[in-house]
Design a protein around this ligand. Structure first.
Ligand SMILES: Cc1ncc(COP(=O)(O)O)c(C=O)c1O
Length: 451
């Protein structure tokens, strides 16, 4: 046996024996050489072998009986353990047009670093302890101002709750709803499938309700017999439809009569390429609407920072859920985000990203016109993706698979449909991440996949 310098001999011998036993090279029941013999053989003192045998006996790898020597024990999990496999970094598409991405190449690293460093430098020692599970005060105050300014949210800072993601916010809201006797939740169809998954995961029933050209079909909510609805009124995912004023007002009337909760998922409204974004639904009925926002589109999902403003009657239950689960974003990150917002770095970043995304959207729309004139484009007035309606009869899934095989990542519309699946095939194309020239090449490849 070869020993490495700098590591105690006993530890090295133990390690080698453990590996030999786990791999089956030393079979269960086999007898180990007496300590003196092994010590002579490998050139260590007898004490090293005795100590190693004793340690492995304590761990259950060996059994030692006076008079019958030291044996390899029968391990409870017999059989060879699988060879350890490293967790692999996921593969990337050469041209990644999957929705749900921001332009990560434009992440404001220097500015974010400055905010993080400042948080690390300025956070008082005692605040390294447990923080308020609703979020740190600085960030709740900053978010309240940001939402009031940008989204017309009616909010007291103490009603802002900081979360790790939209899906966590939804999960917590559903648990609170369930606590209050809720059972059924309407989800948009088509809609963001993770909304449905969070409903089901919380033990509630998800009830799909149709979306048409005016947004969620509110008249069908009454028949759905639900206690809540989760939706994307300002920019419906994935169709891109903006809910009309009439529907918004009908929705609020329905929720008030039914005493139902509306959960507004405001995931990408910071980006509109025409008129101003419609203000939040929450601003019209703060007592009925839980507003949920995220930094996944404005900055990056890697931050895992989102927020919600639940109606006041849910705050206590939301607080309890967060207290029990203990899932909150790290205090230092929250402090960094607070100064990032307070110093107007977020709003500056958004201004520059709007220009960048507008240009990319135009490139994609133009390239689709050139390479795929038969495709109809929908939902391109806002957000970071559009819908490419394929000619009737096209096999949506096969087309998406062909595109992926040629290096172009796309999503099929029907991934996000449940029962009222639209009959026409379509692909959801995100344009945030690829460069303009990548968008052009990707569209040419996509055209081959459609053909
Ligand atoms: C409708 C919708 N909501 C929310 C999100 C983002 O969620 P999270 O904050 O969990 O990253 C997405 C991401 O694609 C989305 O499509």
């Amino acid at each position: 046996m070869e020993f490495r310098p700098g590591v105690p001999l006993r530890r090295q011998l133990e390690g080698a024996l453990r590996v030999a036993i786990r791999s089956g090279r030393l079979a269960p029941g086999s007898v180990l050489p007496p300590s003196r013999d092994l010590a002579d053989e490998i050139g260590v003192s007898r004490g090293v072998v005795v100590d190693s045998y004793a340690q492995l006996a304590t761990e259950g790898y060996l059994t030692a009986k006076r008079g019958s020597g030291t044996h390899v024990a029968l391990l409870p999990a017999s059989g060879r353990p699988p060879a350890p496999r490293k967790v692999r970094v996921p593969e990337h598409f050469r041209y990644d047009l999957r929705p749900g991405q921001a332009d990560f190449h434009a992440f404001p690293r220097a500015r974010w670093k400055a905010s993080l460093v400042r948080a690390l430098r300025e956070l008082p020692d005692r605040r390294l302890g447990y923080a308020n599970h609703l979020g740190v005060a600085e960030l709740r105050n900053a978010v309240a101002g940001y939402l009031a300014r940008g989204r017309g949210v009616v909010v007291e800072p103490e009603h802002v709750v900081i979360c790790c993601a939209t899906s966590q916010a939804l999960t917590v809201l559903w648990q609170a709803l369930r606590q209050q006797g809720g059972r059924r939740v309407a989800v948009e169809d088509p809609g963001w499938r993770w909304q449905r998954y969070t409903v089901e995961h919380a033990g509630l029933e998800a009830v799909p309700v149709r979306v048409d050209a005016d947004g969620l079909v509110v008249s069908e909510l009454a028949a759905a017999d639900v206690d809540a609805v989760v939706m994307t009124p300002a920019h419906q995912y994935p169709t891109g439809v903006v809910m009309t004023a009439e529907r918004r007002s009908a929705l609020i009337t329905w929720a008030r009569e039914r005493r139902a909760l509306i959960v507004e998922d405001d995931y990408d409204v910071e980006y509109r390429f025409g008129r101003e974004p419609v203000a939040s639904l929450q601003g019209l009925a703060p007592d009925l609407v839980a507003f949920v926002g995220t930094t996944s589109k404005t900055l990056a999902p890697a931050l895992r920072l989102a927020w919600m403003v639940p109606p006041s009657h849910l705050i206590d239950d939301v607080e309890n859920m967060l207290l029990v689960t203990g899932v909150t974003p790290p205090t230092l990150d929250q402090m960094a985000m607070a100064s990032f917002i307070e110093d107007a770095a977020l709003e500056r970043h958004l201004r520059s990203m709007r220009r960048r995304y507008r240009a990319k959207r135009e490139v994609l729309v133009g390239a689709l016109g050139t390479h795929l004139p038969e495709v109809r484009i929908g939902g391109a007035a806002a957000g970071l993706h559009l819908l490419a309606w394929l000619p009737d009869g096209t096999d949506e899934h096969e087309t998406a698979m062909r595109a992926r095989r040629s290096g172009v990542g796309v999503h099929e519309l029907h991934r996000h449909c449940t029962t009222h699946a639209s009959s026409s095939p379509a692909l959801i194309l995100g344009f945030a991440l690829p460069s303009e020239s990548e968008l052009r090449t990707a569209t040419a490849l996509l055209a081959e996949a459609v053909a």
